[in-house]
Design a binder for this molecule. Structure first.
Ligand SMILES: [Fe+2]
Ligand SMILES: [Fe+2]
Length: 182
């Protein structure tokens, strides 16, 4: 499966501009981490760009991501890809064993949070720094739908300190800021 096919599939299922951008953001973070860890960048990008592809059609638990996983299986996507995607939803109880699954989980909610912080800034993500993100993370009334617990657990499983992880993801998102609308 190529990245182009995965992107087409995501577009076929997802019309929402915001949801598409969320998946691009996670893709950008996955690409950057794949490079950092000398992993298969295209594979990691596919996981990022597809992880919520079924969410618009199946927004309820447990349909997302279980329905999507069935679709991916029918289309011949690998076990490795599907397991990583299932792992981003904790209720599936699919353990995040691979590095790819750990990175996906650690980046998913954080990308959403960084987007929420950046989008309201005059220069968006261009001059966003860790300190602003840290401050907003402590402000429980800000982007309260983003689970701080998931972010905490993600960095714990990945074994990278919050500051380092946030800075890394900001830089990764900056690379693709045009597509992210940031
Ligand atoms: Fe999801
Ligand atoms: Fe997501």
């Amino acid at each position: 499966m190529s990245y182009a096919e995965a992107l087409n599939l995501m577009h076929e299922y997802t019309n929402s501009d915001a949801l598409r951008k969320h998946m691009y953001a996670v893709e950008a973070a996955m690409r950057a981490y794949a490079k950092k860890f000398n992993q298969d960048e295209e594979l990691w990008a596919i996981v990022g760009v597809l992880h919520d592809f079924d969410y618009e059609k199946y927004p309820t638990i447990p349909e997302h991501p279980l329905k999507g996983s069935e679709v991916l299986k029918e289309k011949g996507y690998s076990e490795e890809i599907r397991t990583a995607i299932l792992g981003h939803a904790s209720f599936t109880n699919v353990p995040r064993e691979s590095l790819m699954a750990k990175v996906l989980y650690a980046c998913d909610e954080l990308c959403g949070f960084i987007t929420a912080v950046a989008v309201i800034r005059p220069n968006k993500i261009a001059d966003l720094e860790y300190s602003s993100v840290k401050k907003k993370l402590k402000d429980k009334s800000f982007a309260k739908n983003v689970s701080r617990e998931d972010i905490e657990l993600g960095i714990k499983e990945l074994g990278i300190p919050l500051e380092e992880h946030v800075k890394f993801v900001i830089e990764a998102m900056k690379v693709d800021k045009g597509r992210l609308g940031l």
